[in-house]
Design a protein. Structure first.
Length: 115
């Protein structure tokens, strides 16, 4: 009868050292978080651009109302039409440019995540 050493069979094996794997994954997660934060920062830029555009549009609307209030005669009202249209066209022309810029920046920032 062969006697086995019971104590060596019952011992738990030494676990592998996963420190380097943990550090590698931690660095990868930190890098991914950094990239995600940079990508989402584009929305802050877009919001700032939209806020600037909104302020400009509101300012123009107020100027149009001031011109309209100042026009007391039909002749004066007719005379205010060209400046009102020029004023309105200035900022309204920026709307598509601002939108295209935002769309382009968002697509560019998020394209690495499409892989």
């Amino acid at each position: 009868m062969v006697e086995t050493d019971q104590s060596t069979e019952d011992e738990m094996p030494v676990p592998p050292d996963l420190t380097s794997l943990f550090q590698k994954h931690t660095q990868q997660i930190a890098a991914a978080c950094q990239k995600a934060n940079e990508a989402f920062a584009v929305f802050k830029t877009r919001d700032q651009d939209v806020a600037t555009l909104t302020t400009s549009l509101n300012s123009e609307v107020n100027e149009v109302f001031m011109m309209a209030a100042a026009a007391k005669t039909p002749q004066l009202a007719v005379a205010t039409i060209p400046p009102v249209l020029a004023l309105a066209n200035t900022t309204f022309a920026e709307v598509p440019v601002t939108e295209q810029k935002a769309v382009s920046e968002i697509q560019q920032k998020f394209s690495p995540f499409a892989k």
